[in-house]
Write a protein that binds this ligand. Structure first.
Ligand SMILES: [Fe+2]
Length: 503
Protein backbone atom coordinates (compact mmCIF):
# COMPACT_ATOMS: atom_id res chain seq x y z
CA UNK A 1 0.00 0.00 0.00
CA UNK A 2 1.19 3.50 -0.87
CA UNK A 3 1.68 5.50 2.31
CA UNK A 4 -1.45 7.53 3.08
CA UNK A 5 -3.52 6.46 0.08
CA UNK A 6 -6.82 8.13 0.61
CA UNK A 7 -9.79 6.78 -1.33
CA UNK A 8 -12.71 8.87 -2.53
CA UNK A 9 -16.12 7.23 -3.01
CA UNK A 10 -18.77 9.08 -5.04
CA UNK A 11 -22.32 7.76 -5.28
CA UNK A 12 -25.73 9.38 -4.97
CA UNK A 13 -26.97 6.32 -3.05
CA UNK A 14 -26.08 6.65 0.62
CA UNK A 15 -26.16 2.89 1.14
CA UNK A 16 -23.37 2.34 -1.41
CA UNK A 17 -21.25 5.09 0.15
CA UNK A 18 -21.71 3.53 3.58
CA UNK A 19 -20.95 0.02 2.37
CA UNK A 20 -17.80 1.09 0.53
CA UNK A 21 -16.76 3.21 3.48
CA UNK A 22 -17.06 0.22 5.81
CA UNK A 23 -15.12 -2.12 3.49
CA UNK A 24 -12.28 0.28 2.85
CA UNK A 25 -11.99 1.55 6.42
CA UNK A 26 -11.85 -2.06 7.55
CA UNK A 27 -8.92 -2.53 5.14
CA UNK A 28 -7.13 0.39 6.76
CA UNK A 29 -7.61 3.11 4.12
CA UNK A 30 -8.70 6.63 4.96
CA UNK A 31 -11.95 7.23 3.05
CA UNK A 32 -13.83 10.33 1.91
CA UNK A 33 -17.26 10.16 0.33
CA UNK A 34 -19.41 12.51 -1.72
CA UNK A 35 -22.96 12.34 -3.01
CA UNK A 36 -22.26 14.22 -6.24
CA UNK A 37 -19.47 15.32 -8.63
CA UNK A 38 -19.18 18.91 -7.34
CA UNK A 39 -18.63 17.78 -3.75
CA UNK A 40 -16.15 15.17 -5.01
CA UNK A 41 -14.07 17.79 -6.82
CA UNK A 42 -14.05 19.95 -3.69
CA UNK A 43 -12.75 17.00 -1.66
CA UNK A 44 -10.03 16.38 -4.27
CA UNK A 45 -8.85 19.95 -3.88
CA UNK A 46 -8.98 19.62 -0.12
CA UNK A 47 -7.10 16.30 0.23
CA UNK A 48 -3.73 15.99 -1.55
CA UNK A 49 -3.38 12.30 -0.72
CA UNK A 50 -6.45 10.99 -2.58
CA UNK A 51 -5.07 8.52 -5.12
CA UNK A 52 -8.13 6.40 -5.91
CA UNK A 53 -11.62 7.44 -6.98
CA UNK A 54 -14.62 5.07 -6.93
CA UNK A 55 -17.50 6.67 -8.78
CA UNK A 56 -21.01 5.79 -9.80
CA UNK A 57 -21.92 6.60 -13.39
CA UNK A 58 -25.48 7.81 -13.31
CA UNK A 59 -25.72 10.71 -10.87
CA UNK A 60 -27.65 13.98 -10.88
CA UNK A 61 -25.83 17.19 -11.93
CA UNK A 62 -22.59 15.63 -13.12
CA UNK A 63 -22.28 12.06 -14.38
CA UNK A 64 -19.36 9.76 -13.52
CA UNK A 65 -17.63 10.18 -16.87
CA UNK A 66 -17.59 13.96 -16.61
CA UNK A 67 -16.36 13.69 -13.03
CA UNK A 68 -13.49 11.45 -14.14
CA UNK A 69 -12.52 13.96 -16.84
CA UNK A 70 -12.52 16.93 -14.45
CA UNK A 71 -10.88 15.03 -11.61
CA UNK A 72 -8.02 13.87 -13.84
CA UNK A 73 -7.46 17.38 -15.12
CA UNK A 74 -7.19 18.47 -11.49
CA UNK A 75 -4.97 15.55 -10.54
CA UNK A 76 -3.53 13.62 -13.51
CA UNK A 77 -2.15 10.79 -11.37
CA UNK A 78 -5.58 9.92 -9.90
CA UNK A 79 -6.84 6.39 -10.63
CA UNK A 80 -10.61 6.28 -11.26
CA UNK A 81 -12.66 3.08 -10.91
CA UNK A 82 -16.27 3.01 -12.06
CA UNK A 83 -19.02 1.30 -10.00
CA UNK A 84 -21.83 0.18 -12.23
CA UNK A 85 -24.85 -2.09 -12.58
CA UNK A 86 -25.51 -4.39 -15.55
CA UNK A 87 -27.76 -1.75 -17.11
CA UNK A 88 -24.87 0.65 -17.58
CA UNK A 89 -22.15 -1.90 -18.34
CA UNK A 90 -21.54 -0.46 -21.82
CA UNK A 91 -21.21 3.01 -20.35
CA UNK A 92 -18.70 1.62 -17.86
CA UNK A 93 -16.63 0.22 -20.71
CA UNK A 94 -16.81 3.64 -22.39
CA UNK A 95 -15.61 5.16 -19.14
CA UNK A 96 -12.57 2.91 -19.20
CA UNK A 97 -11.78 4.32 -22.64
CA UNK A 98 -12.11 7.80 -21.18
CA UNK A 99 -9.43 7.13 -18.61
CA UNK A 100 -11.09 4.99 -15.91
CA UNK A 101 -8.70 2.29 -14.79
CA UNK A 102 -11.29 -0.42 -14.10
CA UNK A 103 -14.93 -1.04 -13.23
CA UNK A 104 -16.71 -3.11 -10.59
CA UNK A 105 -20.21 -4.49 -11.02
CA UNK A 106 -22.92 -3.83 -8.47
CA UNK A 107 -23.71 -5.68 -6.33
CA UNK A 108 -20.07 -6.29 -5.55
CA UNK A 109 -18.44 -8.60 -3.07
CA UNK A 110 -15.85 -7.70 -0.50
CA UNK A 111 -13.14 -9.63 -2.34
CA UNK A 112 -13.90 -7.86 -5.65
CA UNK A 113 -13.41 -4.46 -4.02
CA UNK A 114 -10.25 -5.59 -2.23
CA UNK A 115 -8.79 -6.92 -5.48
CA UNK A 116 -9.70 -3.76 -7.44
CA UNK A 117 -8.11 -1.56 -4.77
CA UNK A 118 -4.90 -3.55 -4.51
CA UNK A 119 -4.50 -3.68 -8.33
CA UNK A 120 -5.13 0.02 -8.65
CA UNK A 121 -2.73 0.94 -5.84
CA UNK A 122 -0.04 -1.27 -7.33
CA UNK A 123 -0.47 0.54 -10.60
CA UNK A 124 -0.35 3.88 -8.81
CA UNK A 125 2.84 2.86 -7.05
CA UNK A 126 4.50 1.80 -10.32
CA UNK A 127 3.43 4.95 -12.14
CA UNK A 128 4.62 7.03 -9.21
CA UNK A 129 7.98 5.28 -9.13
CA UNK A 130 8.41 5.63 -12.89
CA UNK A 131 7.63 9.33 -12.77
CA UNK A 132 10.02 9.78 -9.88
CA UNK A 133 12.74 7.87 -11.68
CA UNK A 134 12.23 9.93 -14.83
CA UNK A 135 12.42 13.10 -12.79
CA UNK A 136 15.60 12.03 -11.02
CA UNK A 137 17.23 10.98 -14.31
CA UNK A 138 16.31 14.27 -15.98
CA UNK A 139 17.58 16.23 -13.03
CA UNK A 140 20.79 14.28 -12.97
CA UNK A 141 21.36 14.98 -16.67
CA UNK A 142 20.58 18.66 -16.10
CA UNK A 143 22.97 18.99 -13.17
CA UNK A 144 25.69 17.23 -15.15
CA UNK A 145 25.18 19.55 -18.11
CA UNK A 146 25.10 22.84 -16.21
CA UNK A 147 28.39 22.34 -14.43
CA UNK A 148 30.19 22.02 -17.78
CA UNK A 149 29.48 25.63 -18.79
CA UNK A 150 32.31 28.14 -18.59
CA UNK A 151 30.40 31.06 -20.08
CA UNK A 152 27.77 32.61 -17.85
CA UNK A 153 25.45 33.81 -20.61
CA UNK A 154 25.47 30.47 -22.40
CA UNK A 155 24.70 28.84 -19.05
CA UNK A 156 21.73 31.14 -18.40
CA UNK A 157 20.32 30.48 -21.89
CA UNK A 158 20.58 26.74 -21.27
CA UNK A 159 18.93 26.95 -17.84
CA UNK A 160 16.05 29.03 -19.17
CA UNK A 161 15.37 26.67 -22.07
CA UNK A 162 15.51 23.64 -19.76
CA UNK A 163 13.10 25.34 -17.34
CA UNK A 164 10.59 26.21 -20.08
CA UNK A 165 10.75 22.68 -21.43
CA UNK A 166 10.27 21.03 -18.03
CA UNK A 167 7.13 22.97 -17.12
CA UNK A 168 5.81 23.34 -20.68
CA UNK A 169 6.01 27.14 -20.76
CA UNK A 170 6.35 29.25 -23.89
CA UNK A 171 7.75 32.41 -22.40
CA UNK A 172 10.35 33.18 -19.79
CA UNK A 173 13.35 35.14 -18.67
CA UNK A 174 16.25 35.09 -16.27
CA UNK A 175 16.96 38.41 -14.65
CA UNK A 176 20.43 38.76 -13.22
CA UNK A 177 21.23 40.80 -10.14
CA UNK A 178 23.49 43.72 -11.06
CA UNK A 179 26.97 43.96 -9.53
CA UNK A 180 25.88 46.59 -7.03
CA UNK A 181 22.96 44.39 -5.97
CA UNK A 182 20.39 47.11 -6.58
CA UNK A 183 18.73 46.03 -9.79
CA UNK A 184 17.79 43.07 -11.95
CA UNK A 185 18.57 42.98 -15.67
CA UNK A 186 17.25 40.55 -18.28
CA UNK A 187 20.17 38.23 -19.09
CA UNK A 188 18.29 35.54 -21.02
CA UNK A 189 14.82 35.53 -22.52
CA UNK A 190 12.53 33.44 -24.69
CA UNK A 191 9.35 34.72 -26.32
CA UNK A 192 9.47 38.15 -24.68
CA UNK A 193 8.37 41.20 -26.69
CA UNK A 194 11.31 43.39 -27.75
CA UNK A 195 10.55 46.13 -25.21
CA UNK A 196 10.53 43.61 -22.36
CA UNK A 197 13.69 41.77 -23.41
CA UNK A 198 16.07 44.48 -22.21
CA UNK A 199 14.34 45.89 -19.16
CA UNK A 200 15.93 46.39 -15.82
CA UNK A 201 14.06 46.79 -12.54
CA UNK A 202 15.24 47.92 -9.16
CA UNK A 203 15.01 45.39 -6.34
CA UNK A 204 11.55 45.57 -4.83
CA UNK A 205 9.88 46.69 -8.07
CA UNK A 206 7.91 44.58 -10.51
CA UNK A 207 7.31 40.88 -9.98
CA UNK A 208 10.98 39.84 -10.28
CA UNK A 209 12.09 42.66 -8.00
CA UNK A 210 9.60 41.52 -5.39
CA UNK A 211 10.77 37.90 -5.59
CA UNK A 212 14.42 39.01 -5.30
CA UNK A 213 13.60 41.17 -2.31
CA UNK A 214 11.66 38.45 -0.52
CA UNK A 215 13.97 35.66 -1.61
CA UNK A 216 10.90 33.45 -1.93
CA UNK A 217 9.31 31.91 -5.03
CA UNK A 218 5.95 33.05 -6.31
CA UNK A 219 3.35 30.82 -7.98
CA UNK A 220 0.40 32.74 -9.34
CA UNK A 221 -2.41 30.57 -10.67
CA UNK A 222 -4.66 33.46 -11.58
CA UNK A 223 -3.40 37.00 -11.40
CA UNK A 224 -6.96 38.29 -11.67
CA UNK A 225 -7.40 37.19 -8.07
CA UNK A 226 -4.36 39.14 -6.85
CA UNK A 227 -4.80 42.74 -7.98
CA UNK A 228 -1.76 43.93 -6.00
CA UNK A 229 0.41 41.68 -8.23
CA UNK A 230 -1.46 42.57 -11.44
CA UNK A 231 -0.28 46.15 -10.87
CA UNK A 232 3.33 44.97 -11.01
CA UNK A 233 3.11 42.71 -14.07
CA UNK A 234 2.96 45.00 -17.05
CA UNK A 235 4.60 42.54 -19.43
CA UNK A 236 2.56 39.47 -18.57
CA UNK A 237 0.03 38.39 -21.15
CA UNK A 238 -1.11 35.37 -19.25
CA UNK A 239 -2.83 35.05 -15.94
CA UNK A 240 -0.62 32.33 -14.53
CA UNK A 241 3.15 32.46 -13.95
CA UNK A 242 5.98 31.35 -11.69
CA UNK A 243 8.91 33.45 -10.46
CA UNK A 244 11.73 31.70 -8.63
CA UNK A 245 14.82 33.24 -7.00
CA UNK A 246 18.24 31.72 -7.67
CA UNK A 247 19.98 31.97 -4.34
CA UNK A 248 23.70 32.08 -3.76
CA UNK A 249 25.26 29.26 -1.80
CA UNK A 250 28.52 30.86 -0.74
CA UNK A 251 29.92 34.38 -0.69
CA UNK A 252 31.88 35.44 -3.76
CA UNK A 253 34.13 38.45 -3.37
CA UNK A 254 33.29 41.49 -5.41
CA UNK A 255 29.58 40.64 -5.75
CA UNK A 256 26.86 42.08 -3.60
CA UNK A 257 23.37 40.72 -3.50
CA UNK A 258 20.11 42.20 -2.34
CA UNK A 259 19.61 41.22 1.26
CA UNK A 260 17.08 43.55 2.83
CA UNK A 261 16.98 41.66 6.09
CA UNK A 262 20.73 41.45 6.51
CA UNK A 263 20.82 37.74 7.14
CA UNK A 264 18.15 36.98 4.56
CA UNK A 265 18.60 35.02 1.35
CA UNK A 266 20.98 36.42 -1.23
CA UNK A 267 19.60 36.33 -4.72
CA UNK A 268 21.79 35.83 -7.81
CA UNK A 269 18.97 36.00 -10.31
CA UNK A 270 15.25 35.47 -10.79
CA UNK A 271 13.80 32.88 -13.16
CA UNK A 272 10.37 33.74 -14.62
CA UNK A 273 8.09 31.51 -16.69
CA UNK A 274 4.64 32.18 -18.11
CA UNK A 275 2.29 31.11 -20.94
CA UNK A 276 1.82 27.40 -20.35
CA UNK A 277 1.63 25.56 -23.65
CA UNK A 278 -1.62 23.74 -22.92
CA UNK A 279 -3.27 26.96 -21.74
CA UNK A 280 -3.61 25.66 -18.19
CA UNK A 281 -2.43 27.26 -14.99
CA UNK A 282 0.92 26.50 -13.40
CA UNK A 283 0.70 24.26 -10.33
CA UNK A 284 2.65 23.28 -7.23
CA UNK A 285 4.43 20.51 -9.15
CA UNK A 286 5.77 23.06 -11.68
CA UNK A 287 6.95 25.25 -8.84
CA UNK A 288 8.73 22.33 -7.22
CA UNK A 289 10.45 21.46 -10.53
CA UNK A 290 11.64 25.04 -11.01
CA UNK A 291 12.86 25.31 -7.44
CA UNK A 292 15.05 22.26 -7.94
CA UNK A 293 16.37 23.55 -11.29
CA UNK A 294 17.04 26.96 -9.74
CA UNK A 295 19.02 25.33 -6.97
CA UNK A 296 21.30 23.53 -9.42
CA UNK A 297 21.54 26.58 -11.66
CA UNK A 298 22.69 28.76 -8.73
CA UNK A 299 25.51 26.38 -7.98
CA UNK A 300 26.53 26.36 -11.65
CA UNK A 301 26.48 30.18 -11.88
CA UNK A 302 28.62 30.49 -8.79
CA UNK A 303 31.01 27.86 -10.18
CA UNK A 304 31.42 29.76 -13.44
CA UNK A 305 32.14 32.98 -11.55
CA UNK A 306 34.52 31.28 -9.19
CA UNK A 307 36.43 29.57 -11.98
CA UNK A 308 36.65 32.82 -13.94
CA UNK A 309 37.96 34.57 -10.84
CA UNK A 310 40.55 31.88 -10.23
CA UNK A 311 41.65 31.91 -13.88
CA UNK A 312 41.86 35.68 -13.83
CA UNK A 313 44.04 35.75 -10.74
CA UNK A 314 46.17 32.91 -12.05
CA UNK A 315 46.66 34.84 -15.26
CA UNK A 316 47.55 37.98 -13.31
CA UNK A 317 50.23 36.02 -11.48
CA UNK A 318 51.68 34.76 -14.76
CA UNK A 319 51.60 38.25 -16.28
CA UNK A 320 53.36 39.58 -13.19
CA UNK A 321 56.03 36.93 -13.66
CA UNK A 322 56.56 38.06 -17.26
CA UNK A 323 56.76 41.69 -16.15
CA UNK A 324 59.20 40.78 -13.40
CA UNK A 325 61.66 39.46 -15.98
CA UNK A 326 61.39 42.68 -17.97
CA UNK A 327 61.76 44.81 -14.86
CA UNK A 328 65.32 43.60 -14.37
CA UNK A 329 66.36 44.97 -17.74
CA UNK A 330 65.38 48.56 -18.53
CA UNK A 331 65.96 47.92 -22.25
CA UNK A 332 63.34 45.20 -22.55
CA UNK A 333 60.81 47.15 -20.51
CA UNK A 334 57.37 46.93 -22.20
CA UNK A 335 58.61 44.34 -24.72
CA UNK A 336 56.00 41.68 -23.90
CA UNK A 337 53.14 44.18 -24.07
CA UNK A 338 54.37 45.62 -27.40
CA UNK A 339 54.79 42.14 -28.92
CA UNK A 340 51.29 41.31 -27.71
CA UNK A 341 49.80 44.46 -29.27
CA UNK A 342 51.70 44.07 -32.56
CA UNK A 343 50.74 40.40 -32.92
CA UNK A 344 47.08 41.17 -32.41
CA UNK A 345 47.17 44.09 -34.83
CA UNK A 346 48.79 41.90 -37.51
CA UNK A 347 46.42 38.98 -36.85
CA UNK A 348 43.43 41.29 -37.20
CA UNK A 349 44.83 42.70 -40.46
CA UNK A 350 45.22 39.13 -41.75
CA UNK A 351 41.58 38.45 -40.86
CA UNK A 352 42.31 35.61 -38.46
CA UNK A 353 39.23 34.18 -36.72
CA UNK A 354 38.30 35.55 -33.30
CA UNK A 355 39.29 32.42 -31.32
CA UNK A 356 42.85 32.62 -32.74
CA UNK A 357 43.07 36.28 -31.78
CA UNK A 358 41.84 35.36 -28.31
CA UNK A 359 44.69 32.84 -28.00
CA UNK A 360 47.16 35.58 -28.92
CA UNK A 361 45.49 37.97 -26.52
CA UNK A 362 46.07 35.65 -23.58
CA UNK A 363 49.33 33.98 -24.63
CA UNK A 364 51.45 36.49 -26.57
CA UNK A 365 52.50 38.47 -23.49
CA UNK A 366 53.76 35.28 -21.86
CA UNK A 367 56.06 34.16 -24.70
CA UNK A 368 59.32 34.91 -22.86
CA UNK A 369 58.16 33.69 -19.45
CA UNK A 370 60.80 30.92 -19.58
CA UNK A 371 63.51 33.56 -19.13
CA UNK A 372 62.67 33.30 -15.44
CA UNK A 373 64.81 30.16 -15.49
CA UNK A 374 67.81 31.81 -17.20
CA UNK A 375 70.55 33.50 -15.23
CA UNK A 376 70.12 37.31 -15.09
CA UNK A 377 73.83 37.82 -15.76
CA UNK A 378 73.42 36.16 -19.15
CA UNK A 379 70.12 37.80 -20.01
CA UNK A 380 71.39 41.33 -19.32
CA UNK A 381 74.93 40.91 -20.62
CA UNK A 382 76.02 43.65 -23.04
CA UNK A 383 79.12 41.82 -24.35
CA UNK A 384 78.85 39.03 -26.93
CA UNK A 385 77.68 35.71 -25.43
CA UNK A 386 79.74 32.52 -25.39
CA UNK A 387 78.38 29.30 -26.95
CA UNK A 388 77.49 27.94 -23.51
CA UNK A 389 75.65 31.15 -22.67
CA UNK A 390 73.71 30.94 -25.92
CA UNK A 391 72.77 27.38 -25.06
CA UNK A 392 71.40 28.66 -21.74
CA UNK A 393 69.34 31.37 -23.50
CA UNK A 394 67.99 28.83 -25.98
CA UNK A 395 66.44 26.87 -23.13
CA UNK A 396 63.86 29.59 -22.37
CA UNK A 397 61.07 28.38 -24.74
CA UNK A 398 61.25 24.91 -23.21
CA UNK A 399 61.38 26.29 -19.65
CA UNK A 400 58.37 28.53 -20.40
CA UNK A 401 56.47 25.55 -21.78
CA UNK A 402 57.26 23.50 -18.66
CA UNK A 403 56.09 26.34 -16.41
CA UNK A 404 52.78 26.85 -18.22
CA UNK A 405 51.93 23.29 -19.21
CA UNK A 406 50.26 22.42 -15.87
CA UNK A 407 48.00 25.52 -16.02
CA UNK A 408 44.68 23.86 -16.86
CA UNK A 409 42.99 26.80 -18.62
CA UNK A 410 45.86 27.31 -21.08
CA UNK A 411 45.34 25.44 -24.35
CA UNK A 412 47.80 24.01 -26.86
CA UNK A 413 47.58 27.30 -28.78
CA UNK A 414 48.87 29.26 -25.78
CA UNK A 415 51.65 26.76 -25.12
CA UNK A 416 52.67 26.81 -28.82
CA UNK A 417 53.27 30.56 -28.60
CA UNK A 418 55.72 30.00 -25.77
CA UNK A 419 57.43 26.87 -27.02
CA UNK A 420 57.75 27.71 -30.73
CA UNK A 421 58.42 31.45 -30.79
CA UNK A 422 62.08 30.87 -31.77
CA UNK A 423 61.29 28.34 -34.50
CA UNK A 424 62.11 29.38 -38.10
CA UNK A 425 60.25 28.54 -41.31
CA UNK A 426 63.45 26.97 -42.74
CA UNK A 427 63.60 24.50 -39.84
CA UNK A 428 66.76 25.94 -38.27
CA UNK A 429 65.06 27.32 -35.16
CA UNK A 430 64.75 25.87 -31.67
CA UNK A 431 63.80 23.91 -29.60
CA UNK A 432 62.08 21.49 -32.03
CA UNK A 433 63.36 22.53 -35.47
CA UNK A 434 59.83 22.79 -36.90
CA UNK A 435 59.56 23.79 -40.57
CA UNK A 436 57.12 25.93 -42.62
CA UNK A 437 53.49 25.28 -41.73
CA UNK A 438 54.52 23.07 -38.82
CA UNK A 439 54.92 26.35 -36.98
CA UNK A 440 51.33 27.49 -36.27
CA UNK A 441 50.29 30.71 -38.02
CA UNK A 442 49.80 32.73 -34.82
CA UNK A 443 53.32 31.74 -33.75
CA UNK A 444 54.73 32.87 -37.12
CA UNK A 445 53.02 36.24 -36.53
CA UNK A 446 54.40 36.49 -32.99
CA UNK A 447 57.92 35.64 -34.24
CA UNK A 448 57.95 38.60 -36.64
CA UNK A 449 56.43 40.91 -33.99
CA UNK A 450 59.07 39.75 -31.49
CA UNK A 451 61.93 40.40 -33.93
CA UNK A 452 60.45 43.73 -34.99
CA UNK A 453 60.30 44.97 -31.40
CA UNK A 454 63.81 43.70 -30.65
CA UNK A 455 65.14 45.62 -33.66
CA UNK A 456 63.18 48.81 -33.11
CA UNK A 457 63.94 49.23 -29.41
CA UNK A 458 67.29 50.29 -28.00
CA UNK A 459 69.58 47.83 -26.25
CA UNK A 460 72.49 48.35 -23.83
CA UNK A 461 74.91 47.88 -26.71
CA UNK A 462 73.06 49.68 -29.55
CA UNK A 463 70.29 52.13 -30.36
CA UNK A 464 67.01 51.02 -31.95
CA UNK A 465 67.22 50.58 -35.70
CA UNK A 466 65.54 53.06 -38.06
CA UNK A 467 62.63 52.05 -40.28
CA UNK A 468 64.55 51.30 -43.46
CA UNK A 469 67.09 49.11 -41.62
CA UNK A 470 64.28 47.10 -40.04
CA UNK A 471 62.56 46.65 -43.41
CA UNK A 472 65.85 45.59 -44.96
CA UNK A 473 66.48 43.07 -42.16
CA UNK A 474 62.95 41.64 -42.35
CA UNK A 475 63.36 41.17 -46.14
CA UNK A 476 66.74 39.49 -45.66
CA UNK A 477 65.24 36.94 -43.29
CA UNK A 478 62.00 36.44 -45.25
CA UNK A 479 61.56 32.79 -46.22
CA UNK A 480 64.35 31.60 -43.89
CA UNK A 481 63.56 32.91 -40.41
CA UNK A 482 60.15 34.41 -41.17
CA UNK A 483 57.00 33.61 -43.15
CA UNK A 484 57.24 35.85 -46.30
CA UNK A 485 53.50 36.64 -46.21
CA UNK A 486 53.77 37.99 -42.67
CA UNK A 487 56.95 39.92 -43.50
CA UNK A 488 55.09 41.62 -46.39
CA UNK A 489 52.25 42.55 -44.04
CA UNK A 490 54.64 44.06 -41.46
CA UNK A 491 56.47 46.06 -44.12
CA UNK A 492 53.12 47.37 -45.38
CA UNK A 493 52.12 48.33 -41.85
CA UNK A 494 55.49 50.05 -41.20
CA UNK A 495 55.28 51.96 -44.48
CA UNK A 496 51.68 52.97 -43.83
CA UNK A 497 52.75 54.32 -40.42
CA UNK A 498 50.45 51.84 -38.65
CA UNK A 499 53.30 50.63 -36.48
CA UNK A 500 55.05 53.13 -34.34
CA UNK A 501 58.80 52.75 -33.91
CA UNK A 502 59.62 53.62 -30.35
CA UNK A 503 63.42 53.69 -30.76
FE1 LIG B 1 62.14 34.69 -26.66
Amino acid sequence: MVEQSRILVVDDEAVIRELMGDILTEEGYPVESAANGRAALDLLKQFDDIVLLFTDIVMPEMDGIQLIREARSLKPSLIPIVMTGFATLETARAAVKEGAYDYVLKPFSLSEIKLAVSNALERYRLAHENARLREVTELFTFSEQVVRFRDEHALLDFVLKAALERVGAKRGSIMLTSRDGRALEVAASVGLPEEAAHVSVTIGNGISGLVAQRGAPLLVEDIGKTPELAERSRHLEHDSFISVPLERKAPVDGWRYPSPTGNGPRVLAVLNVSNKRDGRQFNEGDLKTLNVLANHASIAIENVRLINDIEQSHLSTLTSMALLIEAKDPYTHGHSQRVHDLSILAAQRMGLPKPEIEVLNLGAGLHDIGKIGVNDGILNKSEPLSDTEWDMIRLHPQIGYDVLEPVHFLTKGHLDLVRYHHERVDGNGYPDGLKGDQVPEIVRILTVADAFDAMSSSRAYRRGMPCDRIIEELRRCSGTQFDPRIVRLFIEMIQAGEIEITG
